[in-house]
Design a protein around this ligand. Structure first.
Ligand code: GRF
Length: 215
């Protein structure tokens, strides 16, 4: 059975969709840990309610700064490395096979990516490569596209860039606000992310360069 480590930063509605799909028997997986970089992420509560191990790893924890008190670029880079190594260690100690960034709003370091090559999924609320970054829904609406959507892709060392596993279109309506569009985007996310994970659980996903094939 697929063992998932889930990274979150906020509400965790996509984490909930994965929890629900597992409970419904449509996703053959187990969540072995939920890691948040934010102490107040509601997703941590969702994990606790579901009896899932949940961990807050605070990037500002002085432990990641080692003995250094200064904040030169080199010190910051060392702290980021130590933080990502802590994420990797949490994932490996619980035996995660795959990692899902489900609303994890930080760049994931090579310490994790190298430990999980083509095994880290990211979810993005737009049709990549359009509208990357932290405001994919607002940016699509402001640009005036008629179709936007959701992308599930393998993560690499750049935000929102790795090989695309699945995309689902969402129509932009003339009377849409950021909120109404976000509601339909999130509904699409909650469908496509568990589905993509089930393809992986079934061993149907292969990656060749940027191309991802679903058998
Ligand atoms: C989602 O829209 C995801 O695409 C984006 O952040 C949001 C997270 O939502 N990266 P939630 O925390 O899963 O509710």
């Amino acid at each position: 059975m697929l063992k998932l480590g889930i990274l979150i930063s906020g509400s965790g509605s996509n984490l909930q969709a994965i929890i629900d799909a597992i409970a419904a028997g449509t996703l053959d997986a187990e969540i072995v840990t939920v890691i948040s970089n934010k102490a107040d992420a509601y997703g941590l509560e969702r994990a606790c309610h579901a009896g899932i191990r949940a961990v807050h790893l605070d990037p500002a924890d002085p432990a990641y700064r080692g003995a250094s008190d200064s904040s030169t670029p080199a010190d910051k880079a060392a702290a980021t490395t130590a933080y990502n190594a802590a994420i990797r260690d949490e994932l490996t100690v619980v035996g995660a096979d795959y990692v899902v960034m489900a609303g994890y709003m930080k760049l994931l370091g090579l310490e994790v990516l190298d430990a999980y090559p083509n095994r880290v999924l990211n979810l993005h609320p737009a049709l990549l490569p359009s509208f990357p970054g932290a405001h994919g829904i607002d940016d699509a609406l402001a640009y005036g596209v008629k179709i936007t959507g959701v992308t599930v892709h393998f993560a690499d060392a750049e935000f929102d860039r790795g090989p695309i596993i699945a995309q689902i279109p969402v129509e932009v309506r003339e009377d849409d606000t950021a909120d109404t569009l976000a509601t339909r985007i999130h509904a699409a996310e909650h469908t496509i992310l568990p589905k993509a994970l089930q393809w992986i659980a079934e061993g149907r996903v292969t990656v060749e360069g940027r191309r991802v094939y679903i058998s």
